[in-house]
Design a protein around this ligand. Structure first.
Ligand code: PHB
Length: 387
């Protein structure tokens, strides 16, 4: 009897000590480094919204810590990236950085995070190097690697019997790696990429490139564009009449969060991505409803990636009882977790990239309808990652 009483007291003491410990921690300062202007502005805002939604669902605290935000508009401008993240870390003393969309900006951020040991969760940018040579125990990605959706789409296009393809994209890491992924999947399945066309980011002067496609007449065109640039490209492609004879395909970024602007021009397009608009799972339906209620907007893949960045942060922080300096414990917990994402459950690889399904989607009205699985449990190669 006495022993039981003693044990109960001991448990009560440990629990109240934990609560006191959690309560005594200062607010967690989160640096949001995202594009809030320019061609990727809608993407940055959706990520920010998704992150906030998850924190709201937790009652505003993660592992007992209040959350405060410091926001920086990175303008998708790689030349300003090192300064911007250094200010967040050194001037604003943030505990963790969430960012960003643009691969060139994210690579500069990853270098600083690796050097300073600052926790970084990347909610979009797919640069291969981040989970390759730049990988680190304090760097995570809640999104994808650029080659993943491209590879999945390449496999599908080859299976559909297309023999020749041309690619068009912006000439920076995301575009280059996306079309390379497509080429790998397509050529493995017996297709041939006959020409790779590009233009500088964030340019939208597509006419000369479309004229070249019209003259060469490949079986299909694969393109990586996103945000405002994707809206304009898909419309220009249709205005040139090309969509009637040469199907335009791409990673899902080409039609995600963009259908309002693209309208008729996008109808019927096939893309591949780790999210879609009609998954119709309990998890996703609840997420979509909560997001629409809070922001008066439909969520897209970027909102999901922001939401899941907050989930990953929470998993790590709960494991370390709110102490973000415990990087080994934080990483161990995130890698061991099954993340309960609106996209479907996924896990995080040793290089800290999602291992996830890629859906095949078709644009019907204002939706990217999931019509199948393009690639199951696709991991990235993590080439060059030594951790
Ligand atoms: C990237 O730069 O990595 C990037 C940007 C926009 C996307 C996808 C990838 O939609």
């Amino acid at each position: 009897m006495k022993l039981i009483k003693f044990c109960t007291m001991a448990v009560a003491f440990t629990m109240s000590a934990q609560v006191i410990h959690a309560q005594s921690l200062p607010p967690l300062k989160v640096g949001m480094m995202l594009p809030y202007s320019g061609t990727y502005a809608a993407l940055g805002n959706a990520i920010d919204n998704g992150f906030q939604l998850y924190v709201k669902e937790l009652g505003g605290k993660i592992a007992g810590r209040e959350i405060t935000y410091v926001r920086v508009d990175d303008e998708s401008e790689p030349s300003k990236a090192t300064d911007n993240i250094n200010k967040l870390i050194k001037r604003d003393n943030v505990d963790v950085v969430i960012g960003t969309v643009h691969s060139g900006v994210a690579m500069a951020m990853a270098k600083v995070a690796k050097d300073t040991g600052t926790m970084l969760i990347i909610p979009n940018a797919g640069a291969n190097a981040i989970t390759g040579p730049l990988c680190a125990k304090n760097i995570f990605r809640s999104s994808f690697t650029n080659g993943q959706p491209g590879y999945a789409m390449g496999e599908v296009a080859a299976k559909k019997g297309y023999k020749t393809a041309m690619t068009i994209t912006w000439n920076y890491a995301a575009g280059e790696e996306s079309v390379k992924g497509f080429q790998e999947g397509f050529e493995k399945g017996g297709g041939k990429v006959t020409k790779m066309l590009n233009l500088p980011f964030p340019g939208v002067e597509f006419q000369a490139l479309l004229t070249e496609v019209a003259a060469a007449k490949p079986d299909i065109v694969y393109s990586f564009f996103a945000g405002g640039g994707a809206v304009k490209f898909v419309k220009d492609y249709a205005s040139a009449g090309l969509n009637k004879s040469i199907p335009l395909v791409g990673p899902g970024f080409l039609t995600d969060g963009t259908l309002e602007g693209q309208g008729e021009a996008a109808q019927g397009m096939l893309t591949s991505l780790h999210y879609g608009d009609n998954l119709n799972t309990k998890r996703d339906n609840e997420f979509r409803l909560a997001y629409a209620k809070q922001f008066k907007l439909q969520p897209d893949v970027y909102a999901v990636q922001g939401y899941d960045a907050a989930q990953m942060l929470t998993i790590g922080l709960v494991a370390t009882k709110g102490d973000i300096s415990k990087k080994d414990e934080f990483a161990k917990a995130v890698v061991a977790a099954k993340i309960d994402s609106p996209r479907g459950p996924f896990t995080i690889s040793k290089a800290h990239n999602p291992i996830q399904d890629f859906y095949l989607r078709q644009v019907v009205g204002k939706e990217n309808k999931v019509i199948g699985i393009a690639s199951k449990s696709l991991a990235d190669s993590a080439r060059g990652c030594n951790m």
